[in-house]
Design a binder for this molecule. Structure first.
Ligand code: SAH
Length: 210
């Protein structure tokens, strides 16, 4: 089956799972996921499942990428977004089609270098990558309209909340390796509000860089 047809099946499945934002579905339709994973696994690229990307990390399940992106954009379009945990770069590529500029930080340099090549191959030019500990955010480019974290801290990192504009949104998994929930944070003038959404499983947000 051609990758276009398998991709179309994935879109159908995401709709069935409750993804409604057509712009998000369109970004997924237009972004080849198979180039974000190693060749040996490429035939599984359009299954709705997480896959290993080396270094003990995983490319997120398409449903989770779609859901987190939808939650981030639900209250209106965003100009600048910080992503913590570039990994394969798939989520970054989806974001780059939906917002003006994406900053993405990754602590494993080898993953960051591979992701950079993929963005070049796809002609995505509004992405800025940084090899650093994303738990600290990216103060020199803050504040951001949105932050999306793709590895789980045990609590909401206040350094990241402080790098959101008032009215800004952060979507992140919070918890340990046995229990995690997806959380949406809304930055207010006084502090922040949080909404707890569904149960998820992410790799842990670790400190330091490799
Ligand atoms: N969005 C990615 C998810 C990759 S898994 C994808 O779909 O491919 C999460 C990533 O977060 C891993 O690559 C891991 O190395 C990275 N990570 C974990 N802790 C981090 C930290 N403190 N700073 C930056 N990246 C981190």
């Amino acid at each position: 089956m051609t990758s276009q047809r398998t991709r179309e099946r994935l879109i159908q499945r995401l709709k069935e799972e409750g993804i409604r934002d057509y712009k998000v579905l369109e970004a997924i339709r237009n972004t080849p996921r198979h180039i974000f994973i190693e060749e040996a696994l490429a035939s599984r690229a359009y299954e709705d499942t997480a896959l290993p990307i080396g270094h003990g990390q995983t490319i997120s399940q398409p449903y989770i990428v779609a859901r987190m992106t939808e939650l981030l954009l639900e209250k209106g379009p965003l100009d600048t977004v910080l992503e913590v945990g570039t990994g394969s770069g798939y989520q970054t590529a989806i974001l780059s089609r939906l917002v003006n500029r994406v900053y993405s930080v990754e602590r494993i340099e080898a993953l960051q270098l591979q992701a950079r090549k993929r963005f070049q191959a796809l002609g995505l030019r509004n992405i800025r990558l940084r090899h650093s500990d994303g738990g600290m955010g990216l103060p020199e480019y803050a504040p951001f309209d949105g932050i999306l974290v793709t590895a789980a801290p045990e609590g909401i990192p206040l350094a990241l909340v402080s790098q959101l504009k008032p009215g800004g949104i952060m979507v992140l998994p919070v918890g340990n390796q046995s229990e995690q929930v997806l959380v949406r944070v809304l930055k207010t003038n006084e502090g922040y509000q949080k909404e707890i959404l569904e149960q998820v499983i992410f790799v842990p947000l670790l400190g330091g860089v490799q």
